[in-house]
Design a binder for this molecule. Structure first.
Ligand code: BYC
Length: 330
């Protein structure tokens, strides 16, 4: 466990009104909060929750696309998909490291994930049935991720904000990789265009759900906004995503699976249909099409990797021992 994350614990034990007001004043002045700074216990807890869920999402997010690496249609597609999935592993690692600065270990976070207690993004509990799904994920899922994550580059917690800058740069390559697949399919044979349409039909609504419950039901939003962890509400980001993505679907010549979708001239934005929130909560609560399969895959990877962790620790111990011996000999 990272000791610096614990240094402010004394301050947390005395969360006087003056302490809380001074902390909020730093947030209001757009100062970055760093790991050694005193912070309210609830701020720390909120960040551990959100960054941990985000890290798990990146790691679990490797599974649906990993399913197509061996079946990518060309060498070029295989290389870019491999790079994308590898980037997601990297994002997970930056994020676990950012969470560790708050005093939680990666082991603890992983145990939460493989025991099924930790949440991760609902979107990764759906199957990837065709190659077009890889295009739809890059275009829609990474597109939604960019919309949500660009504001997180300005989040009040320094290590999270800095990690997000690199993550967002890589996400934009991912989004283009996906859209390019969709463009190729959309101008291809009728069967290819049909595959692209089918993927859009299946991924559209789950992508809108990625932004979280409607504002009225979002229990964390108010506090997270006050602390400048969140800069926009769930519904605001969802609307921005719809407005950016609908013209892209039109460019592809594809139809969005929403008969209520229409342009609102006064608001200069799209009105969209009712989201099936019952379906969303079913997936969030562990009963989506692939929840059990995803958690089982992560559990197996953690168990299979045990010998690597043991070997690395043993190697570190031997290096420490050798360095102490050579210091003693000097
Ligand atoms: N799925 O009060 P709310 C990626 C939970 S990675 C599951 O609005 P908050 C990518 C929420 O956690 C994508 N659970 O919460 C990777 C809370 O439950 P708890 C991940 C969800 O935190 C690889 C409850 O519902 N991105 O894009 O204010 C390849 C109430 O919600 C979901 C991030 O994690 C969901 N969709 O707002 C490609 C970004 N939505 O914790 C792409 C960082 C809500 O009380 N996270 N819940 O048990 C965030 O921005 C925010 O945490 C959220 C939710 C907007 C997701």
């Amino acid at each position: 466990m990272y000791s610096q994350g614990l240094l402010a614990i004394d301050a947390e034990n005395s969360e006087t009104p003056e302490f809380l007001a001074a902390f909020q004043a730093r947030i209001d002045a757009d100062e970055k909060i760093e790991p050694n700074d005193p912070m309210p216990a609830a701020y720390r807890k909120t960040l551990i929750r959100q960054i941990g869920q985000h890290a798990h999402s990146e790691i679990v997010g490797m599974l649906p696309e990993g399913n197509w690496i061996t079946r990518a249609p060309t060498l070029r597609r295989k290389v870019s998909l491999l790079a994308k999935v590898q980037d997601e592993g990297g994002h997970g690692l930056y994020l676990y490291s950012a969470a560790e600065t708050l005093g939680v270990s990666r082991k603890e976070m992983t145990e939460e994930l493989i025991s099924g207690r930790a949440k991760y993004s609902s979107i990764f509990n759906y199957p990837t049935q065709s190659w077009a799904d890889i295009g739809a994920i890059g275009w829609l899922v990474d597109g939604a991720a960019i919309m949500n994550q660009v504001p997180l580059c300005r989040c009040s917690y320094g290590p999270y904000a800095r990690a997000m800058i690199r993550v967002c740069k890589e996400e934009s390559f991912h989004q283009r990789q996906g859209y390019e697949i969709m463009v190729t399919l959309a101008v291809g044979a009728p069967e290819q265009k049909e595959m692209a349409q089918d993927a859009l039909n299946r991924w559209w609504w789950p992508s809108l759900m990625m932004f979280g419950p409607p504002d009225g039901e979002s229990m964390h939003s108010d506090q997270s906004t006050q602390w400048k962890i969140k800069r926009f509400s769930n519904d605001e980001l969802r609307q921005k995503f719809v407005d950016a993505t609908v013209p892209q679907a039109h460019h592809l010549g594809l139809t969005l699976p929403d008969t209520d979708l229409k342009w609102d001239k006064d608001k200069q934005s799209y009105e969209y249909g009712e989201i099936d929130w019952d379906a969303f909560w079913r997936v969030v609560k562990g009963n989506g099409p692939l929840n059990r399969n995803r958690v089982a895959a992560r559990k197996k990877a953690w168990e299979d990797g045990e010998w690597v962790r043991e070997a690395a620790l043993e190697h570190a111990r031997k290096r420490r021992e050798r360095s102490m011996q050579s210091q003693a000999a000097e």
